[in-house]
Write a protein that binds this ligand. Structure first.
Ligand SMILES: [Zn+2]
Ligand SMILES: [Zn+2]
Length: 163
């Protein structure tokens, strides 16, 4: 995959089409409740690139932006509803992109679970990837990656867009 220097993605209806220049900065599974509800899935796999590495082939004007927190903005296709991007004032130089919308490989595999304490109880994670959680969603957790301890999610954990 290393010969590819760019990768394209699109929403469900195809109106919003974009391209990212590789390599990506990071790729993570986010289990926060905002991702669960915003995307309608048990968890969401995101990757990040510097803003200047994202360009639109078509349909940028079709994106609808939703301010999901005091620092986060999520955007989705106004026609088909595909969730596509998340921007955060906490890391303004990077944009988060939903991996599932990619039509080309990005040359990177998911590296971490974040907001793991907030995960849906019906999600059974059995991979060996590191799990981060706690108050910030990105603190290392004590539990062994090889056992999925069914501990209840922390009710007071803040819901924030993924890092
Ligand atoms: Zn669409
Ligand atoms: Zn999230």
């Amino acid at each position: 995959m290393e010969e590819s220097t760019s990768a394209r993605g699109a929403c469900l209806c195809g109106e919003v089409c974009f391209e990212v220049t590789l390599p990506v900065s990071i790729c993570v599974h986010c289990h926060c409740t905002m991702c669960q509800r915003g995307i309608g899935a048990g968890f969401v796999t995101w990757f990040a690139v510097p803003n200047e590495r994202l360009s639109f082939v078509s349909g940028k004007q079709n994106l609808v932006r939703y301010t999901s927190s005091d620092h986060g903005t999520r955007s989705f296709c106004g026609t088909c509803g595909s969730s596509m991007f998340c921007e955060s004032k906490l890391h303004p130089d990077e944009v988060d992109i939903v991996l599932a919308n990619m039509t080309d490989p990005i040359g990177a595999d998911p590296q971490l679970h974040i907001y793991f304490d907030d995960r849906a109880e019906w999600i059974d994670v059995r991979d060996g990837l590191p799990r981060l959680g706690g108050e910030t969603g990105v603190e290392p957790l004590d539990q062994s990656p090889s056992t999925d301890t069914p501990s209840p999610p922390a009710p007071s954990a803040p819901s924030a867009p993924d890092a």
